[in-house]
Design a binder for this molecule. Structure first.
Ligand code: TGC
Ligand code: FAD
Length: 398
């Protein structure tokens, strides 16, 4: 007799190969044994434990798909996604740390960096001895990064940076920042977007922390401020120009988020399922009523779709068949659905749902950020809308 798995209805895990499964289990063991006990404190005290970087590095969870030559594990895209799923099952903030390090710092250095930059930074980032961040968003330019005003003006054997980035994950603890700025040969040039590796000890660089967030409290967020900061030519990505540089990195990070959202949603669904079976009202388990049952049915239906979408996207990435609009579709769907599931799970816990102990409200609050960063829900809708109709609707016409 075939069975129905109430955690994995369409049995996507049975499709994983041995290596991907082993990596998933390593990430799951680590996340459940080492991260989960720290999740409540991280959220309540707005605290990122710096030891996490080294622990993840030791297990090969940072930049897992990067070639072993540069310190990675040469893992598949599916394995990278499975790592994100296990970490975000505990806390989106820890997954943010891993995503930024892997997809937004190691990936651009691997893809756009010189051989010297790769050899210098990648092995250290893979072990977690160095921490990185990615600066694209500015105080006045979020969804529209092409309008950025941070500049890099050519001077002798380097560039002078001025400007500021905001909402940057890992900024206050980063040793190296991948910064996107308008590079100009002269002050009056219009400029073209290029990538710079800014190091924490450089003069004219600061990274103040953004405190009192109500979401992603276990993740360090901050600004990047550049005041006549000199960056030598050897710290510039040599060839990549234009928005496709940062957007190519975002494809990788958004893909990780597609999987991460699955983990957060699965956690909330399982918690709600357990809660309504354990708690009695009116003499019966809450789960004996029609409304809670259909809420669980809706959650499981959404989760099945999220799992299959993430798994299929990983396969297409591994085969080199991904288009970035597939990533937009999956990021938008999985983040939006995970947020809805977390909100419903919170409601199903009644008053207990607002406490830290049950942890559904942590996920709910975190997922507000996850649904916003790396392109908001609506921006991904507009990216898809442009593909479907051939008409851009980012700005009014006429
Ligand atoms: P557009 O004209 O569409 O494109 C400009 C150039 O870029 C190319 N391109 C892409 N290339 C690779 N991958 C993609 N996904 C690409 N999307 C576009 C495009 O082909 C073009 O190339 P070329 O050679 O013709 O110049 O640019 P636009 O200015 O109209 O862009 C509009 C829009 C909405 C697509 C874009 O601005 C956007 O995606 N906005 C959202 C911004 C965003 O996602 N920011 C994320 C910041 S990083 C972050 O949030 C990290 S959180 C991490 C964590 O903590 O986990
Ligand atoms: P805005 O662009 O001002 O948008 C505000 C609202 O208007 C949104 O609902 C949006 O969907 C809507 N909107 C905007 N334009 C349109 C339009 N044309 N049509 C219809 N609706 C529109 N950035 C980095 O570079 N690096 C990081 O590491 C990083 N980490 C982050 C961590 C956290 C916790 C958060 C919250 C953000 C982070 N970001 C990071 C920034 C993030 O990418 C931006 O917040 C996001 O891209 C949205 O930009 P914005 O906040 O400026 O919102």
């Amino acid at each position: 007799r075939n069975s129905f798995n109430i955690d994995d209805p369409f049995q996507f895990e049975s499709e994983l190969n041995e290596e991907d499964r082993m990596i998933m289990e390593t990430a799951r063991d680590y996340a459940q044994s080492k991260l989960e006990p720290r999740a409540l404190k991280g959220n309540q005290e707005e605290y990122f434990d710096p030891e996490i970087a080294g622990e993840m590095g030791e297990l090969g969870l940072l930049g897992a798909y990067i070639d072993p030559e540069y310190g990675g594990s040469g893992a598949s895209q599916t394995a990278y996604g499975l790592i994100a799923r296990e970490i975000e099952r505990v806390d989106s903030g820890y997954r943010s740390f891993m995503s930024v390090q892997s997809s937004l710092v190691m990936f651009p250095i691997l893809t756009f960096g010189t051989e010297e930059q790769k050899k210098r930074f990648l092995p250290e980032l893979a072990t977690g001895r160095l921490i990185g961040c990615f600066g694209l968003t500015e105080p006045d330019h979020g969804s529209d990064p092409g309008a950025m005003t941070t500049t890099a003006v050519k001077t002798g054997d380097g560039w002078i940076l001025n400007g500021a980035k905001m909402w940057i994950t890992n900024a206050p603890i980063a040793d190296v920042a991948v910064v996107w700025a308008k590079a100009k040969e002269t002050e009056d040039d219009e400029g073209v977007i290029r990538g710079f590796l800014v190091e924490k000890e450089m003069d004219g660089f600061s990274a103040p922390a953004t405190k009192y967030k109500m979401s992603l409290r276990a993740s360090e967020t901050g600004e990047l401020v550049f005041e006549d900061l000199f960056v030598p030519e050897e710290n510039v990505f040599p060839d990549i120009t234009g928005l496709k540089g940062p957007f190519t990195c975002l494809n990788s990070a958004r893909y990780g988020i597609v999987w991460g959202a699955v983990g957060a949603a699965e956690f909330c669904y399982r918690k709600a399922r357990q809660y309504v079976m354990d708690r009695n009202q009116f003499g019966y388990p809450i789960g004996a009523n029609q409304l809670p049952q259909t809420k669980l049915a809706n959650m499981l239906t959404d989760i099945s779709q999220m799992q299959l979408l993430a798994w299929r996207l990983g396969k297409l990435r591994d085969e080199g068949r991904e288009h970035h609009s597939m990533v937009s579709l999956a990021k938008r769907n999985n983040c939006g659905k995970a947020l809805e599931i977390a909100r419903t799970a919170r409601d199903m816990h009644g008053a207990n749902g607002i406490t830290g102990d049950y942890r559904v409200i942590h996920h709910m609050m975190n997922l507000e950020s996850v649904n916003t960063y790396e392109g908001t829900y609506d921006i991904h809708g507009l990216i898809l809308g442009r593909d479907i109709t051939g008409i851009q609707a980012f700005m009014p016409r006429g």
